[in-house]
Design a protein around this ligand. Structure first.
Ligand SMILES: NC(=O)c1ccc[n+]([C@@H]2O[C@H](COP(=O)([O-])OP(=O)(O)OC[C@H]3O[C@@H](n4cnc5c(N)ncnc54)[C@H](OP(=O)(O)O)[C@@H]3O)[C@@H](O)[C@H]2O)c1
Length: 252
């Protein structure tokens, strides 16, 4: 199947490692050009230099907790790409602690960076024949994983409602909005890799809880993100795509 990504232009917020980087890599392989950002300069430089063998990619160091910096990045990225078809907000403030600072960080990164990026990108997305917005969510938006009450799930849930707001308001401009929610995903150096090393028994219990017997990979999640964002996924709109290998044993 042709995803229709040749010559498309994409922004990945939080694209220097893990799911975001795998998403940027796949977009490039499929013929899109990509602008990515992350906070760490070394990570951005490494991603840009390694991914540039597959296509046209630019990157910048940006803290998405700063809405003005997020907007400035999006403006520059659209200029560098020469337009925009696909906006993907992948980064999270991982607000899993119960304190208020954690709530503020999660609100700033998970929610407000998405709002700032969308506001800034809308004119360019309206000019696209295939405009799409994808938020990377989490199964924590619908399921309680036994952690102390915290911002992580509620912020991810907010983005599902926001995606619906966008889908309903901007469908007439040809812009779609969806959320892809991964379950537990393992990749080298990622949060589940850390848990695997620190608490192998817990990690093995999580593996056993997933019907497929293992955690997902960043590449598997990227395939779902890229499909839903691509012209081939154009009838997905205001959709919550669960990508957890059956980890959450529920129907909806
Ligand atoms: N991994 C999982 O098992 C899992 C499960 C469910 C949902 N998710 C969701 O999937 C998404 C990606 O997860 P991941 O595990 O791949 O994350 P990760 O390994 O922590 O990578 C996140 C990326 O975003 C960047 N980033 C983080 N905070 C940022 C900020 N304030 N400003 C700019 N860039 C920022 C990071 O680079 P810097 O640190 O250099 O900024 C990195 O490039 C998140 O939304 C997460 O909630 C992941």
């Amino acid at each position: 199947m042709d995803l229709g990504l040749t010559a498309k232009k994409a922004i990945v917020l939080g694209g220097s490692r893990g799911i975001g980087r795998a998403t940027a890599a796949l977009l490039l392989q499929e013929g899109a050009s990509v602008a990515l950002c992350a906070r760490g300069v070394a990570g951005v430089d490494a991603a840009v230099s390694e991914l540039s063998v597959s296509g046209s990619v630019v990157g910048a160091s940006v803290d998405l907790a700063d809405s003005d910096a997020t907007s400035a990045f999006v403006v520059k990225a659209i200029e560098q790409l020469g337009g925009l078809d696909i906006l993907i907000h992948n980064a999270s403030g991982f607000g899993v602690e119960p304190d208020r600072e954690s709530w503020q960080r999660a609100f700033a990164v998970d929610v407000m960076a998405g709002v700032a990026a969308v506001d800034t990108a809308l004119p360019a997305l309206k000019d696209s024949a295939d405009g799409s917005i994808t938020f990377v969510g989490s199964m924590a938006s619908k399921y309680h994983f036994g952690r102390p009450a915290s911002a992580y799930g509620p912020m991810k849930a907010a983005m599902r409602t926001y995606a619906n707001e966008l889908a309903q308001n901007y469908g007439s401009d040809g812009i779609r909005a969806n959320v892809v929610s991964p379950g537990a995903v393992w990749f080298p150096g990622g949060s589940w890799d850390q848990r695997k090393q620190e608490n192998p028994k817990f990690y093995q219990a999580v593996e056993r809880s997933i019907p497929l017997g293992r955690l997902g990979s960043a590449e598997e999640i990227a395939q779902i993100i890229v499909f839903s964002a691509s012209p081939a996924g154009r009838w997905l709109n205001s959709t919550h795509l669960v990508a957890d290998g059956g980890q959450v044993a529920a129907v909806d």
